[in-house]
Design a protein around this ligand. Sequence first.
Ligand code: PEP
Ligand code: MG
Length: 876
Amino acid sequence: MLKYVYDFFEGDRSRADLLGGKGANLAEMTRLGLPVPPGFTISTAACRAYLAQGAPPAGLFDEVNAHLREVEARLGRWLGDRHDPLLLAVRSGGRFSMPGMMETILDIGLNDATVGGLAAHSGDERFAWDSYRRLIQMFGRTVHGVPAEEFERELAAVRAAAGPGGPGAAALRDLVETYKKVYAHHVGHDFPQSPHEQLYLAIRSVFESWNADRAVLYRRREHIPDDLGTAVNVMAMVFGNLGPDSGTGVAFTRDPATGAPGVYGDYLPDAQGEDVVAGIRNTVGLPELERIDPVSFRRLTEIMRTLERHYRDLCDVEFTIERGKLWMLQTRVGKRTPAAAFVIAAQLVDEGLISADEALHRVSGGQLAQLMFPGFDLDAAPVPLATGVGASPGAAVGRVVFDSAAAAAATEPVILVRRETNPDDLPGMIAAQGVLTSRGGKTSHAAVVARGMGRTCVCGAEAVRIDPERGEFTVGDRVVRAGDVISIDGSTGRVYAGSVPVRPSPVARYLAGELSPEADPLVAAVHRLLGHADAVRRLGVRANADTPADARRARAFGAGGIGLCRTEHMFLGERRELVERLILADGPAERDAALAALLPLQRADFVGILAAMDGLPVTIRLIDPPLHEFLPPLHELTARVARAEALGEDPGRDGALLVAVRRMHEANPMLGLRGVRLGLVVPGLFAMQVRAVAEAAAQRRRDGGDPRPEIMVPLVGDVRELTAVRVEAEQVLAGVEGAPEIPIGTMIEVPRAALTAGEIAAEARFFSFGTNDLTQTAWAFSRDDVEGAFFGAYLERGIFPVSPFESIDTAGVGRLVRLAVAEGRAARPELTVGVCGEHGGDPDSVEFFAEVGLDYVSCSPYRIPIARLAAGRAAV
Ligand code: PEP
Ligand code: MG
């Protein structure tokens, strides 16, 4: 028979696929001898089976009962025992952490009979009734979807009627009766009195919560597969709400916002764990725990040191102190901000816990990208309106909205302002620039979720009094209304009225060579890890740049040359008229005159770029887009000519232009007269560009430079196209005195080129994959139209997890790349192979290109550090 249930003694952290992250780590802590309440984990396989057949797999609950009996025997307490009942916590926990997205039910096992036993045994009747009402509420909401407000309303009434000490035992007992009525009214039958039935239903509802809307949305955003399922952890309850010597908290082994060393966390005396995570009451810092309960504090810090050394990484923990006894309820390798990721990775290398290679895998290109974002210009900032906890860094400016739906519907940048957030706020948090809450600490839901998705977040800004009904918040006598602009700083926790100017990030300044690596710990960590990436990577990183300024910026960011210099941008502005003359030329003489006028301008462009990239390769691509892009749009021109004719005027130049535009009009310009086709049908155009490259290089040499241009032909599909261009180009090159040897290569950006790469390589010194066009042509997706048209639906339906224009489709487009590399290199072993589509700056794609064995990736200047890091990660 299949085994679905594992005691905490049986698992370990390597089994997260089966036991989920939480279950695997509970097992690991149990193995380490840490104080974990006894329990067991129902595997993700059971969840998958349940979801597939809509019912628990055969024998599951028998297995649960057998494990439960072991827990009972170990504790000497029984579920349903009316004198000293064992109570259970049932918690979800998938392979990947999805904070707050799935369900937890506490206090399973309470009923009309056992509540008395709990009261007697704990000596606290009030606590027993409060636990019972919590169970009915959580169970009702989770298992049967009873709206939380239904219970909250009754609770609020009882709290309001009670004195300052809160409701007493009798009031809570009455509240339980009211809750039971609310439950029966919504559910259609009474609250189940059988503890075992409670347990089975709780397990089923945790399975089902895998497919809750918010969980599905979270997974889509985080690219977590939908078919993993969640494990269910069943654990003996321990209570943090048994008086002042009890409490519950969350802690990190280092500061998850900055990476600064030292245990960091929040503690809430006399409370249950869910109260901390929900951010419902304001917590105290851990140093306060040292004062309240020094013995538990010392034990906790000891355990955290053990965990960090064991996991060799930042860990976070949830713990509960029950009447002075510390219990560990959860640990995991903790989420952290991008800044903390870099700082911690460098620290762990220093502490000898991880190697420099391993450190590269503790950070990602995506995190580095976030660190390059600007922050607020503090010199220009006004006095803050309020200060909360800087929970997730960044500088966000936007209009205030008070609910998630408004944030999701907004067309302008917004800041979502809430007392606290809950998992239903996820769509709003995704849509907003930033999140501001008035309650909760760094471990509240808002903080954890915002950090996970790189959203700026300030929480616990207590001075902010929010009144969603009136659509405003106040700080003292200042009133901020929905729609007003505020700025929030997720690093310092400051909240400003109005829009504060932003300034470049220190990391971006360091990368641009404007700041020394010693500037601060973060910059030092980035310097160190990027340095190591550069030392180990085999993949070159070049830039897509077509101005001297971009080339200089790219070089400062560490580019090893230019992989794509698009020349079409050089024909815009004032030069457009010269191109018009070329297109409209009546005979070779007019055409040659137009080309002769363009030549010196183009040469000057190349001189500037070659100078900026002196000593490094510069791949110059011959003109690519359809020529009519340089002419006025057809409808505009038609209207102008019609107007002139209606007025009896001579349309002049417009008349001839209109004829040309009509002649050149294409239904599918992307598949029309562009790239190499243009060079073959417009005599002299490519030759002029090749001459400009050669003459520019010759001039640079005369000026003492070391120019290394390469000429690249776009959109080749057949080797004969390339041969024709190469022969003509070589004739031109042979006629330019003083030019260096200039290799001629091709882009591979249509499937036929990839499929005939062996033939093409015989004529090409290098290949550069144009994965933008290759994706467009392999999928038949118009790259200019699809994003708005149907990609949303495709992403929603999971047809692909991410746009294939953003991250390379390894199975399809990637296969073409692989094939072309193999056949190209077989035909010409010294063939240089790179990529210059947008994918060259996407960390996941870079990993693929490294694996395929490309020589370099080329990307926009700002992505260069990201590509360097990704290339380093791919090498170790
Ligand atoms: C490409 O197609 O990937 C490419 C780099 O060329 P462009 O984006 O200019 O078409
Ligand atoms: Mg292209």
